[in-house]
Design a binder for this molecule. Structure first.
Ligand code: NAD
Ligand code: SER
Length: 312
């Protein structure tokens, strides 16, 4: 990327988009970043914002031409739990949006970031240290859309030379905004209750181990991937990415080191079935070898930082 190249963020008001937009503005300049979302108002106070439904290919093309966009971070999606409640809608948003982005990338020679997920794996993948190349048989519409999306990114790279890059994010934990309808949302919601001094009811069993990552690591990994020289990107589907893994019981115990009176009850719901089909930890050797990935946050440092920021 040249410093004059414009960057488009689609789904900029979401959990990841809010922080990614700020980071890109800080790194490349506020005026270089075009934040867009379905909403009519931006989440971030500063910078350029446009309302965009990614399913509207005409409007997407207008924005790309108007700002001379060179790079797109396509974050708009329906997440796992919401997707199970509205499967056809989730499929049409997740696949329709990606197709519009990939077609625009082909036409305008754009670099693309597409976030995939641990949801790409299903019950036939080994659940511990899940390898990069595992059976991909997800049982959620969200997971199916992520596997299909990974393969379409690779197809556009191989067939048209589109520089599409992707990460299989773990559950993301952040304090800047609330999560948007996923199965890992409990690991954010729990902190909000803890700082308010209220009890928390968890929708997963206490022993449900899932891969997770602090937002600082997630944003750093995203920029590392996007800035890596082309020849270092050997995987054009999506890279496994790991930070930490923990259960609700372990997270509760860590929070209780800071908030000793904090109480958690467990009432598993339909999201338990989703979590049980996902890996407990990921092998991200390829990301480490190809572009130098190394997480910086573990359960203890993430918890301390979350509580400090939410209290502030
Ligand atoms: P989110 O739900 O918080 O944000 C998504 C944003 O997209 C919202 O602001 C929403 O208004 C917007 N959006 C929805 N439909 C749209 C449309 N048709 N056009 C334009 N904008 C639309 O999601 P997030 O947690 O920020 O996730 C961002 C991406 O990262 C998604 O693709 C998600 O699948 C992926 N991901 C997230 C996590 C996580 O734990 N947060 C983990 C793995 C992968
Ligand atoms: N955090 C996401 C979800 O739970 C995983 O991609 O849906």
């Amino acid at each position: 990327m040249q410093t004059t190249d414009k960057i488009l963020v689609i789904g900029a008001n979401g959990q990841i988009g809010t922080v990614l937009t700020q980071t890109l503005q800080h790194k490349y300049g506020t005026e270089q970043v075009i934040a867009t979302d379905l909403a009519t108002k931006p989440q971030n106070a500063s910078g350029i914002f446009e309302t965009l439904d990614v399913l509207d290919a005409t409007r997407l093309g207008e924005i790309i031409r108007q700002y001379n966009v060179r790079c797109v971070y396509h974050l708009a999606a329906i997440l796992s739990a919401t997707g199970e409640q509205h499967p056809q809608w989730a499929w049409s948003v997740n696949m329709g949006g990606l197709f519009n982005v990939l077609e625009a990338a082909r036409e305008h020679r754009l670099q693309v970031f597409f976030p995939s997920s641990i949801a790409s794996f299903g019950p036939h993948a080994s659940r511990e240290n899940t390898p990069q190349y595992s059976p991909l048989e997800p049982t959620t519409v969200y997971g199916i859309s992520k596997v299909a999306g990974e393969l379409w990114c690779q197809y556009y790279y191989l067939r048209y030379g589109v520089d599409a890059r992707s990460l299989r994010y773990p559950g993301i934990i952040s304090y800047q905004s609330l999560p948007g309808g996923g199965t890992t949302d409990y690991a954010v919601d729990i902190f909000h209750k803890a700082v308010k001094g209220e009890p928390f009811t968890c929708f997963l069993r206490p022993d449900t181990r899932l891969p997770m990552m602090y937002i600082n690591d997630a944003i750093r990994a995203t920029l590392m991937l996007m800035e890596a020289p082309k020849q270092q990107i050997r995987i054009r589907t999506s890279y496994n990415l790991a930070g930490m893994s923990f259960t609700p019981a372990e997270l509760t115990a860590e929070i209780q080191k800071h908030c000793p009176d904090f109480e958690v009850q467990y009432q598993p719901d339909f999201r338990q079935t989703i979590a049980d089909s996902w890996p407990q930890s990921l092998d991200d050797t390829d990301a480490r070898q190809d572009w130098g990935w190394q997480p910086q946050y573990d359960l203890a440092s993430m918890t301390a930082d979350m509580l400090a920021n939410l209290k502030a």
